[in-house]
Design a protein around this ligand. Structure first.
Ligand code: ADE
Length: 227
């Protein structure tokens, strides 16, 4: 069973994504547990302050060091984490290989930032891995954390019924997926490629590899350069 703890200043944003479909079933089947911790509960003083202006000036508030440190220390009393991950745009971009690696872990702690980010000393003291989900800026790390958790949890053995399915995804072999079709075989004259109806599985495999390569070359040639 994988356990994932998420620390957030906007926990409501994380309620829905894990309560549906495959990620919900993973939790119902005891393959994953996901716990969300409200940073506000660790805020300072009567106002439960969690952010402050930045030293040196500049627009935007920064999440303060103590509430986050107190929350992390509290969680560390209960268990060790394989990784303490900070979601942030100034980090290496998430890819399938990172998702694969994380899916093998047992305890993950994910910290999401907000506003201008978090006091850098938190990153130095606690964070073992920083992940961006792409070269664009979100209002906070919550949606990014939801993306990461989804990408990781679906890879846990047993979560997706068909074991082969996760292994044949786009990116598992650094290629985009080939096109897929279902009934009807003819939609207003648009026909499904004959080979898929042929029952010749060797030919079908070859066709799929060919299409995967063609699509990758056309849409994401950078994936082929990385080989
Ligand atoms: N927080 C804000 N933008 C982000 C991004 N692109 N990836 C991860 N966390 C973020």
């Amino acid at each position: 069973m994988m356990r994932i703890d998420i620390i957030s200043a906007a926990p409501d944003l994380l309620e829905s994504p894990f309560q549906h479909s495959i990620i919900k079933r993973a939790q119902d089947n005891n393959l994953a547990e996901i716990y969300i911790h409200n940073l506000r509960e660790y805020g300072l003083g009567n106002y439960r302050q969690i952010d402050d202006t930045q030293f040196g000036g500049g627009a935007g508030m920064v999440l303060m060091i103590e509430p986050i440190a107190n929350c992390i220390e509290n969680l560390l009393k209960e268990r060790d984490y394989d990784e303490i991950i900070y979601m942030t745009p100034d980090a290496k971009t998430l890819n399938q290989s990172t998702a694969n690696q994380l899916s093998l872990q047992t305890n993950l702690l994910i910290l999401t930032g907000h506003y201008k980010g978090i006091d850098h000393r938190i990153r130095e003291k606690y964070i073992t891995k920083e992940i961006s989900i792409g070269d664009y800026v979100l209002t906070g790390g919550e949606l990014a954390a939801a993306v990461l958790v989804d990408a990781v949890v679906r890879l846990i053995p047993g979560v997706i019924g068909d074991e082969q399915s996760a292994l044949t995804d786009s990116f598992q072999d650094n290629l985009l997926s080939p096109p897929v079709y279902t009934r009807p075989a003819d939609f207003q004259g648009m026909k499904v490629p004959d080979v898929l109806l042929s029952g010749n599985f060797k030919k079908i495999d070859e066709w799929r590899s060919e299409k995967a390569f063609e699509r990758t070359k056309e849409i994401r040639p950078d994936l082929l350069d990385n080989e």
